[in-house]
Ligand binder design. Structure first.
Ligand SMILES: [Zn+2]
Ligand SMILES: [Zn+2]
Length: 322
């Protein structure tokens, strides 16, 4: 959000009152006169009104507090309306056209677009948000995304706005998934355990299927216990494979569904010595993913503080690089 001229700032509360039909006649007149001459404020008024139309009726009963001073109420209202303004851009990528949207809180949507384009996007379906295209503002995110997809960057340290997640449970799942490091694979069971709901495996999978910010929240690093890729952004398994391959995790197609090539990854099953193993160490490769964490490289394991197993010695017999 840019800094506004003083005259515009002084008028801001009247503008909100006007957008929400709460303005006194004199305030409404001041606003009318101002927006006739001031294009940015005119645009603000239009966008606030659009959001207000979408959410005002939902909110009407919820938070009318007659005792609250009018100014405080308008300020709260202003903050709410502002946080619903979203800018977006559509960008080319090796995974096809991607829409990135952000609010003042952070990136709120990363969406693979299909033939429907923006009209078929989630942005068009969600109510309570007022989207506006501004590719220039989002260009930084696009650049970082390309760097990531081409292996020049291993993190997207984006502020995230998870309001498009469907519930607080979904947000918990997304936060736990955001903590899965680059080059590491776990399972839905592993995430369910992390958030303290070990039996909610299907619900975890659902939450990730509806992840509003894929890649930024790396749900592609989460697979079934047997290594099957299962869902991704609807059913775009090919994209999941590509994203994993960027991190050095490859898939095999021996079965009906693509599966993580486990034997090309280092394994860690929690132990007091924090030792990670070769997949051929004992029965480790037969234990479920999620209980066992998989690593694309020794570096990935060792950055997390793990040390080579003293039996199978991954340090002496490293896996071939893929
Ligand atoms: Zn103005
Ligand atoms: Zn071992």
């Amino acid at each position: 959000m840019s800094v506004k001229p003083r005259a515009c700032l002084e008028l801001e509360l009247d503008l909100i009152a006007t957008a929400t039909d709460e303005a006194e006649a004199s305030a409404a007149r001041r606003v009318r006169e101002h927006v006739a001459l001031c294009e940015p404020c005119r645009e603000d008024l239009r966008r606030y009104r659009a959001v207000e139309r979408a959410v005002g009726s939902l909110r009407a009963e919820a938070d009318v507090d007659a005792d609250e001073p009018a100014r405080a109420r308008l300020l709260a209202h202003l903050a709410d309306l502002r946080s619903r303004l979203v800018t977006y851009g559509v960008f080319p990528s090796p995974l096809g056209p991607i829409l990135i949207a952000r609010s003042e809180h952070g990136v709120s949507l990363v969406e693979y677009l299909d033939r429907g384009g923006v009209a078929g996007s989630r942005l068009a379906r969600e109510s309570g948000f007022e989207p506006e295209e501004d590719g220039a503002e989002l260009e930084r995110f696009h650049r970082e995304l390309l760097d990531y997809l081409e292996g020049r960057r291993t993190r997207l340290d984006w502020p995230l706005d998870l309001r498009l997640a469907r519930s607080e449970f979904h947000r918990d799942v997304l936060r736990a998934t955001a903590a899965v490091p680059y080059g590491v694979v776990t399972s839905y069971v592993g995430i369910a355990g992390k958030i303290g709901h070990p039996s909610a495996v299907r619900a975890v999978a659902q939450a990730l299927r509806h992840n509003p910010v894929p890649i930024a929240v790396p749900c592609h690093r989460v697979v079934g216990v047997s290594g099957h890729l299962t869902g991704y952004a609807g059913n775009r398994l090919g994209l999941k494979e590509q994203l994993l391959a960027v991190e050095g995790v490859h898939t095999e197609h021996a079965t009906e569904a693509p599966r993580i090539a486990r034997y090309a990854l280092y394994h860690y099953d929690r132990n007091d010595e924090h030792q990670y193993c070769l997949p051929t160490c004992g029965s480790i490769a037969r234990r479920p993913i999620g209980r066992v964490t998989l690593f694309a490289s020794r570096e990935r394991a060792e950055t997390l503080g793990l040390v080579p197993c003293t039996d199978c010695r991954p340090d002496l017999h490293p896996l071939p690089r893929t």
